[in-house]
Write a protein that binds this ligand. Structure first.
Ligand code: GMT
Length: 379
């Protein structure tokens, strides 16, 4: 099939999933055209059947706000026509689903639209009255809509009053990349006295409640020698640093900034801490699990669909700093329980969320929207 993919290419889990999916589809024989404002950041190696079409925005000085949505729609229509695309798969509802709708109007009904909802496009933007109607319009005018968790489906239906069926297609992890690596040597350098290493990976936006990460770690450290690795960067990075300083724990906190080689970093840690206010899925939890690391997280959004309470991690109410710290200490102090959690995390990531399973799910959806039904043979 010839598939156009649009996403936010440089930030966040939605861009990661869209890019990784494009790579998988290319490996499975499809022709993939990324239509994005920048080169997708996880594209990595060269694929002969992946093409990149940059969206250029006209910055004419009459425009107070350059019309990205229109430039995107126009580029989508152009690529769809010249490359004879079967469908556009857009990640994140705004503006991508709306631009895809415009492109379809320009090209004709044969161009199908699959929209994947990732979270904040609904849970944050869906609350904005200036956007909610057009988000609903984008959803209703897609040929198929998917969301990354049941929780996000329920919230979309409730918040926007959407009747259209929304299919659940979870995030996935590529087990050829995310698997436990031998990082003992580096671990010894970072934690020379055998301290436990807790890791937090995020974009440090307020929704991640990064201050809670620091508070939880401060509690843990009272009971257990430990180090905290913070991966990523964002508006709350400096707030977190200041809090670590105030709590007198800065020497045990490493601010690593944005990092590429996440599988190695997860592998040298003992546990992932995720304190988000909202998380439609929690891709970082899945990536950590695929490296054999249990997760202590907040009970929010789609996280319980990923992390099984009491089996692969623990889920606590949002803001329950003491509870999260208690569970971390409990898990990291009990070797037998820790090994069990680690093994179960690995199994769950591989069997429930592996790349082949999710790629097949998307392929079935593409077949249905393009041919009207799933085809028995591969394309
Ligand atoms: O988590 C973020 O802030 C980035 C955000 C995005 O839009 O890229 O991630 C969302 O999509 C990911 C991929 O589907 C999910 O795993 C994240 O849970 C989701 N983030 C939120 O819901 C806050």
């Amino acid at each position: 099939m010839k598939i156009g993919i649009t996403c936010y290419p440089t930030v966040g889990g939605s861009g990661v999933i869209a890019t990784e999916l494009g790579k998988l589809l290319a490996e499975r024989g499809h022709i993939v055209h990324f239509i994005t404002s920048d080169m997708p950041f996880r594209l990595g190696k060269f694929y002969p059947n992946i093409f990149y079409h940059e969206v250029e925005v006209n910055r004419y000085n009459v425009f107070r706000y350059p019309p990205y949505d229109l430039s995107l729609a126009s580029r989508m229509a152009e690529v769809a026509q010249t490359e004879k695309l079967d469908l556009l798969h857009v990640h994140y509802a705004v503006p991508h689903a709306i631009s895809a709708y415009l492109a379809k109007q320009m090209v004709g009904e044969q161009l199908k639209i699959v929209t994947t909802l990732h979270g904040t496009d609904i849970t944050v933007l869906g609350h904005d009255r200036s956007l909610s109607d057009i988000i609903r319009f984008g959803i209703e005018n897609s040929d198929c809509v998917t969301a990354v968790s049941q929780d996000l489906i329920d919230e979309t239906k409730q918040l926007l009053g959407v009747d259209k069926p929304i299919e659940k297609v979870y995030n996935f992890v590529d087990k050829r990349e995310f698997y436990p690596r031998d990082m003992e040597e580096v671990k010894r350098q970072m934690a020379p006295h055998g301290e436990k290493i807790i890791i937090h990976v995020s974009n440090f936006r307020p929704v991640k409640r990064t201050q809670d990460v620091i508070k939880v770690f401060a509690q843990v450290r009272k009971n257990l020698p430990a180090k905290l690795l913070l991966i990523g960067e964002g508006p709350d990075t400096s707030v977190a640093r200041q809090m670590a300083q105030e709590l007198g724990i800065l020497k045990d906190v490493r601010f690593m900034g944005k990092q590429d080689n996440l599988a190695c970093i997860y592998s040298l840690a003992d546990l992932l801490l995720l304190t988000s206010e909202k998380e439609s899925f929690g891709l970082v939890a899945l990536e950590a699990m695929a490296c054999g690391k249990p997760v202590v997280a907040t009970l929010t959004g789609g996280v319980p669909e990923v992390v099984e309470e009491g089996k692969t991690g623990f889920l606590l109410p949002i803001g329950d700093v003491d509870g999260m710290a208690r569970k971390i200490v409990e898990l990291l102090s009990d070797e037998e329980q820790y090994s069990l959690f680690s093994a179960r995390s690995l199994d769950r990531a591989y069997y429930e969320f592996c790349q082949e399973k999710i790629a097949r799910q998307y392929e079935e959806i593409y077949q249905r929207v393009v041919y009207g039904q799933a085809q028995p043979s591969s394309f």
